[in-house]
Structure formats: structure tokens, C-alpha cells
Design a protein around this ligand. Structure first.
Ligand code: HEC
Length: 182
């Protein structure tokens, strides 16, 4: 083999190695639980990292799971509790304050949507705009669903829907906000 061809082959190897590395790193991201990526929803899907000011406390709760009242809002459950999933809240969900908020799953517009969580698992978060809920829910049924995961039809919501520890006043604010969603 002459020297020139050897050089060309060496260059080719370098290029191939770079390409392989590049494709590996770009694939590594959506392979994790794609709460922030890989969701079939609009812009900002899966992200509760909004830091701009909110028009109401309900809107703030929806996007950040924090209340301007200073009351604590916590949750148990969520996709990580279904076994096998490594949803570290925040890290993968793209939540600014390191936690899930309603918009992480129900989307910025409240319409819900199907989330690709990797490993062929999907999660379908329901439409929770009040216009969609009002036929089945009132304030008390909404509270039972959010706090206890109780569906008005008597069944339990899947554990993909976290169980929220949230005060009645904050829940009321949340409903006011859900009513504003078109
Ligand atoms: C980690 C994802 C996730 C987050 C965060 C989340 N939800 Fe859900 N939610 C779901 C899923 C999934 C369902 C559907 C569960 C089922 O069908 O069993 C659901 C269902 C609901 C329902 C019942 C709707 C119906 O028609 O039965 C309500 C109400 C609701 N969520 C409100 C909220 C509120 C309010 C917040 C924020 C405080 C919130 N959710 C945060 C995933 C989530």
C-alpha cells in the first residue's frame, strides 16, 4: 500500500470515529426518560421551567407547583413509582425547581397528551382544562382526584398521576386558572 492511500484510510477512520461518537451522544439523550424530550406535544412540552411572572397564583401553581401563599405543595407517585423508571424528578422532567408540576405532564395548555417515556412505555395525561373536566368534576371531585388519585367513576387514577399534597385554597386557585384555559 502506498503512503498516500494509507493517509487517506487513516483520515477516513478519524471521520468514522467522530461520526460514531456523535451519533452515540445524540442518541443518549432521548434514551433516558424523555419527559423533557421526546414528548409529542407543543413547544415547552414537559418543561415547568417557566420563570417569568404569572398572572395568578393558580397559573403559578400549574407551572411550578409552588404557591405565592408560601404553602408547601408536595407529591408522591408519578412515573418513577411504577417500577423500572428512573425519573429523577427535575433532572429528567426539566422542571426548573427540580420537581414536577402540572404542566410537566398535562402540557402548558392543559390539554394533556401522550408522553414517550422510553423502554416502549407511554403515559397519557388527560385533558384537565376545566372545559374538559366540568362534565364529570366539581371542586370536591377535583380535589379527590388531585390529592387521592380518585377518579369520579370510583376507580383509582394510574400512579403516573402523582398524589398531591396541596391546600384547599391553592386547589381553588388552580381551578380558577384551569377555567381560563381555552
Ligand atoms: C407526572 C405526570 C403528571 C403530573 C405532574 C400531573 N399529572 Fe395529572 N394526570 C397524569 C396522568 C397520567 C393522568 C391520567 C391517569 C389515568 O388515566 O389513570 C392524570 C390525570 C389527572 C386528572 C384526572 C382527569 C380525568 O379526566 O380523569 C386530574 C384532575 C389531574 N390529573 C390533575 C393534575 C393537576 C392539577 C396536576 C398538578 C398539580 C397534575 N395533574 C400533575 C399525569 C400527571
Amino acid at each position: 500500500m502506498n503512503q498516500k492511500i494509507k493517509m487517506v484510510i487513516k483520515d477516513l477512520f478519524a471521520v468514522i470515529t467522530v461520526l460514531l461518537l456523535a451519533s452515540c451522544t445524540s442518541r443518549a439523550q432521548p434514551a433516558g426518560i424523555g419527559m423533557g424530550t421526546g414528548m409529542g406535544m407543543g413547544p415547552n412540552a414537559g418543561s415547568a421551567s417557566r420563570t417569568d411572572s404569572f398572572n395568578s397564583n393558580g397559573e403559578r401553581i400549574y407551572f411550578t407547583a409552588t404557591s405565592e401563599r408560601g404553602t408547601e405543595i408536595t407529591y408522591v407517585g408519578g412515573p418513577s413509582s411504577n417500577g423500572g423508571m428512573t425519573l429523577a424528578p427535575g433532572a429528567s422532567a426539566g422542571v426548573g425547581n427540580g420537581r414536577l408540576a402540572c404542566d410537566s405532564c398535562h402540557g402548558p395548555g392543559g390539554q394533556g397528551g401522550t408522553h414517550n417515556m422510553g423502554m416502549m412505555q407511554t403515559m397519557t395525561a388527560k385533558d384537565i382544562r376545566w372545559s374538559a373536566l366540568q362534565g364529570e368534576f366539581d371542586a370536591e371531585k377535583f380535589r379527590l382526584a388531585v390529592v387521592k388519585g380518585q377518579d369520579p367513576d370510583g376507580t383509582q387514577l394510574s400512579m403516573d398521576m402523582p398524589r398531591w399534597n396541596i391546600g384547599d385554597d391553592d386547589l381553588a386557585d388552580l381551578i380558577v386558572y384551569l377555567k381560563t384555559l381555552p
